[in-house]
Design a protein around this ligand. Structure first.
Ligand code: 5GP
Length: 141
């Protein structure tokens, strides 16, 4: 199996360095969670490890051990904050699978019965809407 190299100049690495702004939800020594700028539903957020890996395929299992409890914590919070019926957790590996940003990330998206998701990487959301949705999630964290 060949694995492509990690590019330390990817957009999420820039968010981690503070070179690009993001609407943050949660941060600890190993993990950052922030709002997706092109949400597929209100409350769509991303959870990333601070240690760089391209995706799940090259990630250090020790990083995953620290990451997954945060994914769970944010999934629970997003579901409650949006009074959702369910919560979708997704993670794509390589372009053929839909990956567009090459720093490991988990999507967390509240889902409501009968409401379809907007397209992946669709339109940019208004920053004030993202901030308001982030406040709802942080209120239950
Ligand atoms: P992927 O297809 O790689 O799993 O999804 C990348 C996600 O990152 C998409 O849902 C896209 O909307 C989101 N995204 C792309 N650029 C940015 C950005 O600069 N900031 C934030 N917060 N999200 C981004």
């Amino acid at each position: 199996m060949s694995i492509s190299a990690y590019d330390p100049n990817n957009i999420f690495a820039k968010i981690l360095k503070g070179d690009i702004p993001s609407v943050k939800l949660y941060e600890d020594a190993d993990t950052l969670a922030f709002m997706d700028v092109m949400p597929q539903a209100p409350g769509h957020l991303l959870v990333i490890p601070k240690q760089g890996s391209r995706n799940l395929l090259d990630a250090d299992p020790a990083v995953l051990v620290k990451l997954m409890p945060v994914v769970q914590k944010l999934a629970r919070a997003a579901k409650e904050a949006f009074d959702a019926d369910g919560v979708f957790v997704a993670q794509f590996n390589e372009p053929a699978a839909g990956q567009t940003v090459f720093h490991l990330h988990f999507h967390v998206i509240p889902r409501h019965d009968g409401l379809p998701l907007k397209p992946h990487s669709g339109g940019m959301e208004d920053i004030e809407v993202l901030k308001a949705n982030a406040e709802k999630i942080k209120a239950v964290l």
